[in-house]
Design a protein around this ligand. Structure first.
Ligand code: PMP
Length: 292
């Protein structure tokens, strides 16, 4: 079945879903996006994703031409049109068409695109045995360069970091901030566990306010596992009992090696396993129905 794409109010077959070469989203990476998952016909943490999208739009002065309710309806309609009960939604807002030159105020109408499909970032084996990471030389930009909270259409910083990691033979790249503390991975937040306490870098360290990160905080609270937001360095990962990564696409996955060194015994840990089990339960049993 051909994929159906929502683009500016229309549901179109993939082959007809096109944007202009003069869209500043293409010319300058001027725009934002969201990645959302749905499970069993229910969109997981829908409100939070939509809210983050509108926050990012506000931050970069894009006025999305739909209300949040209209946006949610458009997303649900696109999921239904594709006949999937499980999958991934990519919501893209571009600055829109304008003349050459950076000036965004010459682009009168942002474009709204919704793509629905399947995604699998890592193999089943990686979920069972854990990921390998390499520290990359490419740093996360600090708050005075570009807010790490803006999920912009320019992901080159992350992409180059991912390339570095892969060329070093690892699956994910560990990204540090301008002072050498851990920020996050190229598309995931990072957590470590030591002596039964979970730690994750604070947003000020350059981490995205990940929705899966927020879920882990909730789950840890529910399971009575202490969790702290605190700065940490590579050293703390080397001496951790466990490490795991979170993201909408990656979900929750153990990381067992950094720069060729095993983290603890090099196997996914017990706390990670408990978090993953509860996370899976929540994805299967909660969310916003896509049916009308
Ligand atoms: N950090 C970065 C840089 C990301 O792109 C993502 C994925 N959106 C995440 C973290 C994880 O965020 P979330 O759990 O909201 O998908």
């Amino acid at each position: 079945m051909e994929r159906i794409i929502y683009i500016d109010g229309e549901l179109l077959p993939e082959a007809q879903a096109k944007i202009s070469v003069f869209d500043h989203g293409l010319l300058y990476g001027d725009g934002i996006f969201e990645g959302i998952r749905f499970y069993n016909g229910r969109i997981f943490r829908f409100e939070e994703h939509i809210r983050r999208l509108y926050d990012c739009a506000r931050s970069i002065l894009i006025k999305i031409p739909l209300t949040m309710e209209e946006m949610k309806a458009a997303v649900c309609a696109t999921v239904r049109a594709n006949g999937l009960s499980d999958g991934y939604i990519r919501l893209v807002i571009t600055r829109g068409i304008g003349p050459m030159g950076l000036n965004p105020f010459k682009c009168p109408t942002p474009s709204v695109i919704v793509i629905v499909g399947k995604i699998s970032l890592y193999t089943e084996e990686a979920y069972a045995t854990g990921l390998t990471m390499a520290t990359v030389a490419t740093r996360r930009p600090s708050h005075d360069i570009l807010s790490p909270q803006v999920k912009s259409l320019n992901y080159l910083n992350n992409i180059m970091a991912k390339v570095e990691a892969m060329q070093a033979g690892a699956e994910e790249g560990l990204m540090l901030n301008d002072v050498g503390l851990v920020a996050e991975c190229t598309g995931d937040n990072i957590f470590i566990v030591r002596d039964g306490v979970i730690s994750t870098p604070p947003l000020t360290a350059g981490a995205l306010d990940g929705i899966t990160r927020g879920m882990v905080m909730e789950i840890a609270g529910e399971l009575g596992i202490p969790l702290r937001e605190r700065d940490f360095a590579r050293h703390d990962i080397f001496i951790a009992d466990e490490c795991f990564l979170t993201g909408t696409a990656a979900e929750v996955i153990a990381a067992v090696k950094l720069d060729g060194r095993e983290i603890a015994d090099g196997k996914p840990g017990r706390v990670t396993g408990r978090i993953i089990a509860r996370f899976r339960e929540l994805t299967q049993t909660t969310g916003t129905s896509v049916s009308v």
